[in-house]
Design a protein around this ligand. Sequence first.
Ligand SMILES: NC(=O)c1ccc[n+]([C@@H]2O[C@H](COP(=O)([O-])OP(=O)(O)OC[C@H]3O[C@@H](n4cnc5c(N)ncnc54)[C@H](OP(=O)(O)O)[C@@H]3O)[C@@H](O)[C@H]2O)c1
Length: 123
Amino acid sequence: MIEGPACYAELGKALEGRGTVVVSRDPAKVFPGAERTADLPAAVALAETLPWTGPTWITGGERIYAEGLPLCSKLFITRIHRDFPGDRFFPADWHRHFTKLAWSKDGEVDGLKYTFEVWERGQ
Ligand SMILES: NC(=O)c1ccc[n+]([C@@H]2O[C@H](COP(=O)([O-])OP(=O)(O)OC[C@H]3O[C@@H](n4cnc5c(N)ncnc54)[C@H](OP(=O)(O)O)[C@@H]3O)[C@@H](O)[C@H]2O)c1
């Protein structure tokens, strides 16, 4: 799992059962339980050497997603059917990279309706 420092801080720790790589240029920040690199390409290279099976996931935030989308083969996206105020945004041009809706499923949790979608690159 590759993430930025704000995402790490929100979770408050490295999640168990998977390897975590935090991308940060600030040497003063520490990320217990996680590996760290100063840029995304190095994070991807490091993630692929970690002793965990399964795909490498890029889990944000904003700039990490923007830099990471061209590297990804699949996009897993959850659309919550309600508007929220926010100051970080998923890249608006994600459709340039992912044009094929492979799978989708509607759901509801605590009165919040959502649609979970898996997108792939087109031909
Ligand atoms: N609910 C969800 O599914 C979900 C998913 C993603 C994000 N989020 C939330 O959305 C917010 C995202 O905030 P954010 O976009 O500011 O988070 P972020 O990406 O986790 O952290 C931003 C920091 O990442 C570092 N960074 C970003 N791009 C970099 C690059 N190309 N190379 C090196 N370092 C880079 C910089 O920190 P340094 O100064 O340390 O270099 C930058 O200040 C967080 O609250 C997060 O928890 C939620």
